[in-house]
Design a protein around this ligand. Structure first.
Ligand code: NAD
Ligand code: TYD
Length: 356
């Protein structure tokens, strides 16, 4: 039995990862540590909450005592650090919390795991056999591409937003722990994910929700910015493979050549809902609004390294994944109603009123 300490497991990708791992393996135990910020939702984990191989701990990754306690109580083999503030627009209006969770929280986790895994008298850097710290990062640390080329693991870091700067900073600390203390780490840098349980502050669930509720669809600027979309389960599979087979200290980019301009995404959602749910929705709902500050124009991943070394490939083509995703939101309207009541309304008004 291997024990995974998954942080941020009540969020979008984290909850998909917990469900994926417990479903795929019988010999995996998961400790999910999540602070339950606005983005954390235990509803996502209904399927696994009574699984005896699953445990939830509400805690902040910045809390050194709480993290140390978990390592005392459990024999942790792997840390998978998803916990983060994850939304670029929020980082533009409130950068500090991104530094706290994404940078200081990661360093706190590194310290705690290093202490717990250290063997011998501590004078030589050696760790329990088989342990690993996996940092879940993002392609946004590489900055923005022009019309051609792709992000490779060797592309220099050039983050632009406070969010991507905090993630790049965390990556550098993870690398520093590998270089300085020979700490066993991997970093994965994935492109934009979509799928079930994504909070509707992000493009795809926001557009699905607004279309279904007959609200305007706010496209930033000309809407020709490009993201490289990956179905969330393919990301979970990549993380699993990197934990099991990634070479110590290495970075792996994760993405599947699924580049689409934002307006294409919005049209795809509109057309599906028009044809299957509500014939009255349409392009008249699209509203081009003020652009995001410092908006990255294009992201695109070169996934050759993870393909060649670990045999990873994306199983879900965009055309299938987007239909599965829209269908999931249609079948889970109560989930959407729960997460959009209360504070979400205030967030939406604050974020979008100024853009109109
Ligand atoms: P999310 O915002 O949906 O979830 C983040 C989770 O972290 C939430 O459950 C939240 O409660 C928890 N959290 C926040 N601060 C915490 C703290 N201080 N202590 C403990 N828990 C805390 O994010 P997501 O989209 O699932 O992203 C997960 C990770 O993947 C992030 O590190 C993000 O940078 C990275 N990533 C995301 C994408 C994407 O497209 N969403 C792509 C590449 C990488
Ligand atoms: P987002 O889902 O926030 O992910 P990220 O900024 O991390 O890539 O945004 C994806 C793209 O969609 C990005 O180019 C910004 C754009 N966007 C809009 O045009 N309108 C919106 O309301 C949102 C949330 C995003």
């Amino acid at each position: 039995m291997k024990t995974y300490l998954v942080t941020g497991g009540a969020g979008f990708i984290g909850s998909n990862f917990v469900i994926y791992m417990l479903g795929k393996y019988d010999d995996v135990r998961i400790i999910n540590v999540d602070k339950l910020t606005y983005a954390g939702n235990l509803e996502n984990l209904k399927l696994v909450e009574s699984n005896p191989r699953y445990r939830f701990v509400q805690a902040d990754i910045c809390d050194a005592q709480a993290m140390a306690r978990i390592f005392e109580e459990e024999t942790v083999d792997y840390v998978v650090n998803f916990a983060a503030e994850s939304h670029v627009d929020r980082s533009i209006s409130d950068p500090e919390v991104f530094v706290r969770t994404n940078v200081l929280g990661t360093v706190n986790l590194l310290n705690t795991a290093k202490k717990a895994w250290q063997t011998g008298d501590g004078k030589v850097d050696s760790y329990r056999e088989g342990v690993k710290f996996l940092q879940v990062s993002t392609d946004e640390v590489y900055g923005s591409l022009g019309e051609t080329g792709f992000f490779m693991e060797t592309t220099p870091l050039d983050p632009h937003s406070p969010y991507s700067s905090s993630k790049a900073s965390a990556d550098l600390f993870v690398k520093a722990y590998a270089d300085t203390y020979k700490f066993p780490v991997n970093i994965t840098r994935c492109s934009n994910n979509y799928g079930p349980f994504q909070f509707p502050e992000k493009l795809i669930p926001l557009m699905i929700n607004n279309t279904l509720s007959h609200k305007q669809l706010p496209v930033y600027g000309d809407g020709m910015q490009i993201r490289d979309w990956l179905y969330v389960e393919d990301h979970c599979k990549a993380i699993d493979m990197v934990i099991r087979g990634g070479r110590p200290g290495e970075v792996y980019n994760v993405g599947g050549h699924n580049e689409r301009p934002n307006v294409f995404i919005v049209h795809t959602i509109l057309e599906y809902i028009r044809d299957h749910v509500d014939a009255t929705v349409g392009e008249h709902m699209i509203q081009h609004v003020e652009d995001r500050k410092g908006h990255d124009r294009r992201y695109g991943i070169d996934p050759e390294k993870i393909k060649n070394e670990l045999g990873w490939y994306p199983e879900t083509p965009f055309e299938k994944g987007i239909v599965k995703t829209i269908e999931w939101y249609l079948a889970n309207r109560a989930w959407m109603e729960n997460v959009t009541s209360g504070d979400y309304q205030k967030y939406y008004e604050k974020m979008y009123a100024s853009r109109a």
